[in-house]
Design a protein around this ligand. Structure first.
Ligand SMILES: *Cc1c(COP(=O)(O)O)cnc(C)c1O
Length: 225
């Protein structure tokens, strides 16, 4: 079942990518494993999954212990500063940085490990949409501050569109994030590149790809049903 679901998601990614003038392999599929068991994750890996996305450091730590670094691990949920030490050990990419304080702590913990890590900045698409993320009007000043930190590099933006009854209604939110990424890119801040746009989930990943996403985060379409 998981292998069929996984193949079906890959096919839909391929088709959406070609509508966007890209190839399927230009898009990174993050398999969101927050509700999945280790056995289910193993099944996804056997089907070809290469990147896992977890919401909580604690849950990820247990799964990382069982599965290890055969796959890459991305943190897609909110990160508290007191969990950063474990997070930088487990995750290859943190999608959810939304404050200077958090970025500073990630840089500090990376310095202790003598590594530099890429992060994404989470943008809130609307005041009501969700609790976390920074509002677009505050993004530029945050990025300017973060660009001075020694051990992190900003590699792009992440967003969650509001839950809407029809995925087409999420399109303007994705288009807006793409536009913000272009504005940020034009600023040429040190240590800031807009290579990745992480947007789109089970309900709307095809629309997100059409609007420029090159990382999609898909859980239910792979692990449920
Ligand atoms: C759960 C989650 C997803 C995946 O959602 P599905 O509807 O299961 O595809 C993607 N991104 C974030 C931030 C999530 O918390």
């Amino acid at each position: 079942m998981i292998s069929e679901n996984f193949k079906n998601v890959l096919k839909r990614i391929d088709e959406a990518a070609s509508r966007a003038g890209k190839r399927g392999h230009d898009i990174t599929l993050v398999c969101v494993t927050k509700t999945a068991t280790v056995a289910q994750i193993e099944e996804a890996i056997d089907s070809g999954a290469k990147v896992m996305g977890e919401s909580y450091v604690h849950d990820a730590a247990a799964k990382f212990k069982a599965i290890g670094d055969r796959v890459k691990w991305h943190l897609i949920g909110h990160l508290q500063t007191n969990k950063v030490k474990d997070a930088v050990r487990i995750f290859d990419l943190i999608h959810s940085v939304d404050s200077f304080k958090l970025a500073e702590e990630i840089s500090r913990r990376c310095a202790a490990l003598r590594v530099a890590k890429e992060i994404l900045i989470e943008i809130k698409t609307s005041e009501e949409a969700e609790k976390f993320g920074i509002l677009p009007e505050h993004a530029i000043s945050l990025l300017e501050k973060i660009s001075g930190l020694p051990n992190i590099k900003v590699a792009g933006l992440m967003t969650m569109a509001p839950v809407v009854p029809d995925p087409q209604l999420a399109r303007p939110y994705f288009a807006r994030i793409k536009k913000i990424a272009m504005i940020i890119s034009d600023k040429r801040f040190r240590n800031v590149e807009m290579r990745y746009l992480s947007m789109g989930m089970s309900q709307d990943f095809e629309v997100a790809i059409e609007e420029g996403a090159n990382i999609v985060r898909v859980g239910r379409a792979i692990f449920e049903g």
